[in-house]
Design a protein around this ligand. Sequence first.
Ligand code: 13P
Length: 254
Amino acid sequence: MRRKIIAGNWKLNKTISESIRLVNTLKVKIVNVSHTDMIVCPTFISLSAVAEALKGSNIQLGAQNLFWEENGAFTGEISGPMLKSAGCSHVIIGHSERRQYFGETDETVNKRLKAAISAKLSPIVCVGETLHQREENQTFDVIKAQIGGALQGFDTSELRELIIAYEPVWAIGTGKNATPEQAQDVHSFIRSQLEVLFQADFAASVRIQYGGSVKPENADSLLSQPDIDGALVGGASLDADGFAAIIKSSENLI
Ligand code: 13P
């Protein structure tokens, strides 16, 4: 049985003091949660302060990106060991916004994944098709290439902490979520790809989150699908009540 995992991707939102306020409010609302893993991913600049605010709670901390070199002349970048030292346990890699606006490719996703693993950060690798690709019936081909590219050169012992997030680009920030059936179809396809690339027991163990307009109102129906093991939540994670409600949906499904 895979443990559900709900992560909040705050993207470019919240100052340091707003970040602290948000987790302080959230902490109180989720005290009784015990069957669901919970992660918040603030901006780099708020990580240390949020880590401090999260002490004693069971909410974990994630970053939204990392660079593949550990240190050196790479102005503006942040490395795995630095994230670890700020208190991170997780890191998002290859979010579609990074692919769309910052030139991320399957090859750079692969390099970042390697860096995350060597820093002992649990990676959340994002994949997802655009609306055009879905309309052209390319969804499975796109997902297959993204998974294959990201995971190329790894063996299962390195990928024990791997989490995959399926985020259809057309559902991100649009209010238009994939239907539970559309999401389940792709999640089950991702699992079949993991089986082809690795082994069945590994494929069965990897947690696959859905992301794209997850809200308290649709969380139940998405999270109750057999291959949906959690959610990567954007907008709704910026509000403590909304995020806690999504976490509680997951918790009630146990
Ligand atoms: P929204 O929940 O705002 O659609 O964002 C999803 C997302 O991109 C999470 O990483």
